[in-house]
Design a protein around this ligand. Structure first.
Ligand code: 7RM
Length: 631
């Protein structure tokens, strides 16, 4: 039973085995890891409640599998390489031995501050090594990490801290982002005015910013590290104990905390990494995501480390100091597997070929894409200009909720087709459903992408609200996990994921709920009502288009627009800034009061020729007004 597949034929036979007898299949895969107690039962599941449990009764610690297990053979190999935002700063690294020591020390710091198994620890940090170390330190002692992307506002941070009643927050003085410095600690101080559950804050300085340190609450990480030793045995965790919470947006309400558990997540993160990226001993792997997103969790930290890989953590952005930065780093570290997002590819494509022409990219073997559909033009540019027609391009489809990659080629072993994610990984039983929930067999017909059998890293619950998990993912179609995406299959069974079919916008690879943005808009004093839709955007994939009704006493003006944008930045963060705001006097509503987003989407796309049936609207004249309106 191979852990790493080495031909397309082998993929096909593994896939067959995995569906014929999923439990035997995953039993074999899971045996490649280190367990302190073997599991008694492989799987228990039903998708109604839902209840899914993998490797029941098994005990393990993911950090023993990520670190300790490699010390004998790879102790002096680099585990993490850190590349600064500043291209002139020397990069640093940690070998597996050093990572072991740092994680153990940090784990002892957490313990010395009263953090125990099951406690929630929140992170609001840039991409520095202390982030990776501290996340693993949580896992070492069984504390549940909740990493909040540091582009979110203090309000959004506070919401997430409160939702999970986090006991500790780990942060930095600031964040270096291109030529800017973001005052992280100041934003944290603001958030913590309203978060009584936080008992202590650990701070790492990396920006040279002036900050306030609140006595008795705030502690400097280097000072705390001085006080502890490097001996910290790993806490034996039950397979189904939570490993982390990660918040993600949905079509309704506030972002929800997706919960992943220790055993199943470990098994699938490691397995999918090995197979999709076809990592070989001594390769250097680089994923450009931020650890604030699931891609960073699974494919900067856990997946690579589970495989004893060398993984790069990059603090910067693609366009600083110029659009050649990615290719500089690839050349400098002789990167073998490179994993990024279509929005970055499109942005760099627009900057011209001079940025990579003088860089040596010949180390690349696999180049990956994630986060949104990759359009054909970007696919070809990536394949031809970066991969030189000589690399495997893997278009990886997955979600925060799936924990790991679901649809993708396996390195060079799978056929490639522009804009197609391709085939499901072994163990992943994807289907396309029609409106009525019937499985579509035919090719080239669009349907709802769903999964009909559990895989080890499937979402277990949404933190503190299991009902919501059921409603969002398991109630649309009985017996299926519903992804929220539309897709089709070609004559060879290769999937092409088209995009969200719900009210979720994918803007530069960031997931945002239209309701979430509307709620933020409605916080503005003069905003009476709003409706938000996505529209095609050449770089971002989707842009955010807001239709806004303001108080009738107010004049629409650039100032109001600006203050509305400020409200969004403070409610959610700069990632949710609308690209377009159109003031309107009414919204197209049905008699039952529902906004007809279909019409607004058409108008936002600039396609007003055929808006379809508007007869069910209370007042069809608003459509004419909106069509003729200005942005
Ligand atoms: C990993 C991640 C999930 C949503 C998902 C899709 C979209 C992601 C692809 C893609 C087409 C892809 N997690 N998506 N990857 N669409 N092709 N290769 O992005 O939870 O933040 O977003 O992203 O709509 O549902 S996420």
């Amino acid at each position: 039973m191979p852990f790493k597949i080495s031909s397309f034929e082998e993929y096909q036979s593994e896939y067959k085995k995995s569906t014929a007898n999923p439990e035997a299949f995953w039993d074999d895969i899971a045996k490649h890891y280190q367990w302190s107690k073997p599991w008694d039962k492989t799987l228990e599941w039903e998708f109604k409640t839902p209840k899914v449990k993998w490797f029941l009764g098994g005990k393990l610690n993911i950090t023993e599998n990520c670190i300790d297990r490699h010390l004998k053979d790879k102790g002096d190999q680099k585990a993490l390489i850190w590349e600064s935002n500043d291209p002139n700063e020397e990069s640093t690294s940690l070998t597996y031995n050093q990572l072991h020591q740092e994680v153990c020390k940090m784990a002892n710091v957490l313990k010395s501050h009263g953090i125990k198994k099951g406690d929630r620890v929140c992170f609001y940090m840039p991409m520095i090594l202390e982030l990776g170390i501290s996340v693993l330190a949580c896992a070492r002692i069984g504390a549940i990490h909740s990493v909040v992307f540091a582009g979110f506002s203090s309000k959004a941070l506070a919401d997430r801290i409160k939702d999970a009643s986090c006991k500790m927050l780990i942060t930095s003085d600031g964040i270096n982002r291109g030529g800017k410095k973001i005052p992280a600690k100041t934003l944290v101080d603001e958030a913590l005015k309203d978060c009584p559950s936080i008992e202590s804050v650990l701070v790492k300085r990396c920006c040279g910013l002036e900050i306030n340190m609140k006595a008795g609450r705030d502690f400097e990480i280097p000072v705390e590290l001085e006080k502890v030793n490097a001996d910290c045995p790993a806490e034996p965790m039950d397979s189904e104990d939570p490993l982390f919470i990660l918040y993600t947006s949905g079509s309704t309400g506030k972002p929800k905390g997706v919960v992943h558990t220790c055993g199943g997540y470990m098994v699938y993160a490691g397995y999918s990494f090995a197979n999709v990226f076809q990592y070989e001993n001594k390769d250097v792997y680089w994923c450009t995501a931020d650890i604030g997103w699931i891609t960073g969790h699974s494919y900067i930290l856990y997946g690579p480390l589970l495989n004893g890989a060398t993984s790069i953590m990059f603090e910067g952005i693609p366009t600083f100091p110029d659009a050649g930065r990615f290719w500089d780093v690839v050349d400098k570290h002789k990167v073998n597997q490179f994993y990024t997002a279509p929005t970055a590819i499109r942005a760099l494509m627009a900057c011209g070929d001079q940025h990579f022409e003088n860089k040596n990219l010949s180390s690349l073997k696999v180049i990956g894409s994630v986060g949104e559909p990759i359009n054909e033009e970007a696919w070809h540019w990536y394949n031809d200009k970066i991969g030189k027609g000589n690399c495997a391009l893997v278009d990886t489809w997955w979600q925060t909720e799936t924990g790991g990659i679901m649809l993708s080629g396996l390195g060079k072993h799978s056929p490639m087709k522009p804009s197609h994610a391709g085939y499901p990984l072994p163990g992943i039983q994807t289907v396309l459903l029609d409106q009525s929930g019937k499985e579509i067999e035919a090719n080239q017909q669009e349907g709802y992408l769903a999964v009909k059998f559990p895989w080890p890293s499937i979402i277990r619950t949404t933190y503190g609200d299991h009902e919501r998990c059921k409603n969002v993912y398991f109630s649309h179609y009985d017996g299926y996990y519903f992804t929220g995406d539309g897709a089709k299959r070609d004559e060879n069974g290769m999937y092409r994921v088209i995009g969200r079919v719900d009210d979720v916008i994918n803007c530069s690879g960031h997931r945002l709920g239209t309701a979430e943005v509307e709620d933020a808009l409605d916080e503005h004093e003069e905003v009476v009502e709003s409706a938000v839709v996505g529209y095609p955007h050449p770089i971002k994939g989707q842009g955010i288009y807001a239709f806004v009704i303001i108080d009738s006493k107010m004049q629409a003006s650039e100032e109001i627009k600006k203050s509305i944008i400020d409200t969004i930045i403070s409610e959610i963060g700069p990632i949710a800034k609308p690209d377009k705001i159109q003031f309107v006097s009414g919204l197209p509503k049905t008699r039952s009061g529902k906004i007809m987003r279909r019409i607004l989407r058409k108008i936002a796309e600039g396609d007003t020729s055929n808006l379809g049936d508007v007869s069910t609207l209370i007042d069809p004249t608003v459509v004419e007004e909106i069509k003729g309106g200005k942005v």
